[in-house]
Design a protein around this ligand. Structure first.
Ligand SMILES: C[S@@+](CC[C@H](N)C(=O)[O-])C[C@H]1O[C@@H](n2cnc3c(N)ncnc32)[C@H](O)[C@@H]1O
Length: 281
């Protein structure tokens, strides 16, 4: 049974009652979930204390099975293409131009990245990721689409301090389905540093798994946040953040927030910050 949007936004997937209900609705998913929980438990033990090291190991394991599934949960090539297209079309509708300089955080195997690379001027795309395994796959995507002459940068990173990148350089920063896999300290680190590399008037768009109930996580792989929490986190670092209403209308399970420098003015299609629900904690 398909969840309604409101039950999706209020569900707490970490609760036993939710898990039991889910298992009864989808008995075929119980064994794969238990297998994943076992693997993740072992990887957490091996990489105790570092979420990034743990998640890098998750990506290595997932990528070995299927690069498409590693970045999107589904091994379907059609789905991989469709989600990349959705990201690309959205930014084009929001005025992306070939001269823009893009940083993609958590670029994966270039599901959307190959389209951005093809569209942007040579050297204007910079993809970073914590997973060397998925970056190897990114290079294969680059070759498959014949984009060598576009000279994109593809760089592994250990954190999101962005200290190797220049001040005020990127007009567009993009992170799709990255903060949905990130604990608060990773998002905080990114928001603490992204303002430095973001050009005046530029924007940083990221998707996240939204909840209107209690914030929670599942297997330290999927993290659910209230919009207000992330808006306030951006404000703590001197940035404005807005929920993008027009993204909500697209067939995608995550929500999108746009972050700008305060002087940049309202983003097109954005909800006012005052309209954004604020978390109690
Ligand atoms: C679900 S995949 C999405 C990939 C790509 N954005 C896309 O839409 O296809 C998440 C990606 O983010 C990367 N990632 C997760 N946490 C990260 C972090 N803290 N810094 C950089 N990359 C990260 C993962 O390695 C993975 O490639």
């Amino acid at each position: 049974m398909q969840q309604t949007p409101s039950s999706r936004l209020s569900a707490n997937r970490s609760r036993l009652a939710h898990k039991v209900r889910y298992a009864l609705r989808h008995p075929e998913r119980v064994v794969p979930h238990l297998r994943r929980a076992g693997r993740d438990g072992w990887l957490r033990l091996r990489h105790r204390g570092s979420h990034v090291a743990y998640y890098r190991a998750v990506m290595a394991s997932d990528t070995a099975r299927s690069p498409e599934a590693a970045v999107g949960g589904s091994p379907s090539r059609d789905r991989w293409l469709a989600i990349g297209q959705m990201q690309y079309d959205y930014l084009l509708r929001h005025g992306l131009k070939p001269r823009d300089r893009m940083l993609e955080i958590g670029c994966g195997n270039l599901r959307a990245g190959w389209r951005f690379i093809e569209y942007l001027e040579p050297g204007h795309y910079y993809g970073i990721d914590i997973s060397p395994d998925i970056l190897m796959e990114a290079k294969k995507t680059l070759v498959a689409y014949g984009l060598q002459a576009k000279l994109p940068y593809l760089t592994p990173v250990a954190d999101l301090r962005l200290d190797f990148l220049p001040d005020g350089w990127f007009t567009v920063v993009h992170a799709h389905s990255v903060f949905s896999h990130s604990p608060p300290q990773v998002i905080d680190e990114c928001l603490a540093h992204v303002g430095r590399v973001l050009a005046p008037g530029g924007h940083f768009d990221f998707t996240f798994d939204r909840t209107e109930g209690a914030e929670h996580q599942v297997l330290r792989e999927d993290f659910y946040y209230r919009t207000g929490t992330l808006v306030r986190l951006a404000a703590k670092h001197g940035l404005e953040a807005r929920l993008m209403d027009d993204w909500e209308r697209l067939p995608h399970g995550q929500s999108k927030i746009r972050v700008t420098h305060p002087a940049a003015g309202p983003a097109p299609g954005a909800a006012a910050v005052d309209d954004v629900p604020v978390a109690e904690t």
